[in-house]
Design a protein around this ligand. Structure first.
Ligand code: SF4
Length: 353
């Protein structure tokens, strides 16, 4: 069996793991300093860590479980990475540059079972969950890339919006979040981290009850069940009423703002009446809800969907604003590379058979 990645251990898990071998908490602090502050690429580089301890780490863990397979750099600074995992599977990770900092979009599963009808990733069924370590390593790989450029740039924001349904891999997602938030390590602020779900109601409740305290985004994409089921088949099992119940629980429990993602598909869900219906659905949740409108990135696999006209996006936005719904339009990143989620991966898989 392959050895697990050391990045998968939270600080407390590493401390507990070292204890039976007679190593104190101080040793875990030393190791974390090498992992996340000095960012070494091998255990041997941890020069002040006791030799016995290094031997143990080498025997039980690995530092690198994936390698860069393809990298696409856009003229706007977006970088798309395709990583090859130790079992040969390919996953996508994206670095995006914003005015407010550098964000990384991570993948949580190999493939996805949710089957959203517009998504290039959803065509490839889930073959497995990523481990917590594999999710952390995506951030580390991007940080190594930035370190190499020596511009003192740091990953400041994380969005869990890549391939996969993060709440379908809840335990590993939780470990990942604990590792990247920890002030002893990467210290990415909870307010700078957003997890996006297709709407697994039970998990939204579990997330609200957890101590994770990061931002939540829910993919809505339609204001009524008939249309949402057409776009996202998960809506059959978890209709809008059930989703809204979970959202209300989340808002009541956390009092944190929540984002509703709404992908605009030309002639499907981008009409004025859809905007009106959406405002009505949001109702008195307005103070805690922001709608993120996402102009669709067309992919060959789903030729039935096109990007909404600029005027439709504007009109949709204006109606929501007029109805006092907080709303934004997502800027496109990496338009000159394979911009849509999963596009690079599915192209590579097709090319290599
Ligand atoms: S949009 Fe996300 S949840 Fe839906 S199929 Fe694609 S990867 Fe899965």
């Amino acid at each position: 069996m392959n050895k697990p990645s050391i990045y998968g251990l939270t600080f407390d898990q590493l401390t507990a793991w070292l204890q039976p071998y007679g190593h104190k908490k101080f040793r875990a602090s030393q190791i974390w300093d090498w992992l996340y502050r000095k960012r070494v690429a091998s255990f041997a580089d941890m020069t002040d860590v006791n030799k016995d301890c290094l031997g143990l780490l080498e025997e039980h863990f690995v530092l690198q479980t994936m390698e860069e397979h393809v990298k696409q750099e856009s003229s706007d600074g977006t970088v798309k990475f395709l990583f090859r995992l130790s079992d040969g599977n390919l996953i996508e990770t994206v670095l995006m540059r914003h005015k407010f900092g550098l964000s990384v979009c991570v993948t949580t599963q190999v493939g996805c079972n949710i089957g959203c009808s517009f998504c290039a990733s959803g065509l490839l069924k889930k073959s497995r969950d990523l481990s917590g370590g594999e999710i952390v390593e995506q951030i580390m790989k991007v940080q190594f890339y930035l370190d190499k450029a020596a511009k003192e740039e740091r990953v400041s924001h994380v969005v869990v919006m890549g391939i996969g349904e993060p709440f379908d891999n809840f335990e590993n997602l939780s470990d990942f979040l604990r590792v990247i938030k920890d002030h002893k390590g990467l210290a990415i602020g909870a307010r700078h981290i957003t997890v996006s779900t297709s709407g697994l109601a039970d998990k939204i409740v579990e997330f609200a009850d957890s101590d994770l305290h990061v931002n939540l985004a829910v993919s809505l994409h339609a204001p009524n069940n008939e249309l949402r089921t057409r776009i996202m088949k998960i809506n059959k099992a978890i209709p809008i009423e059930k989703l809204m119940e979970a959202i209300d629980y989340y808002l009541g429990k956390t009092n944190r703002r929540l984002t509703l993602e709404y992908i605009l598909l030309k002639g499907v869900n981008d009409a004025r009446e859809h905007a009106e219906e959406l405002a009505e659905l949001i109702g008195d949740r307005r103070p805690l809800v922001n709608v993120n409108l996402i102009p669709y990135n067309p992919v060959d696999e789903h030729s039935q969907y096109q990007r909404s006209e600029k005027e439709s996006v504007r009109a949709f936005y204006d109606i929501l604003k007029k109805q006092n719904v907080s709303c934004s339009v997502r800027l496109e990143h990496g338009a000159d590379i394979d911009a849509a989620c999963g596009q690079l991966r599915s192209k590579q898989i097709k090319a290599t058979g």
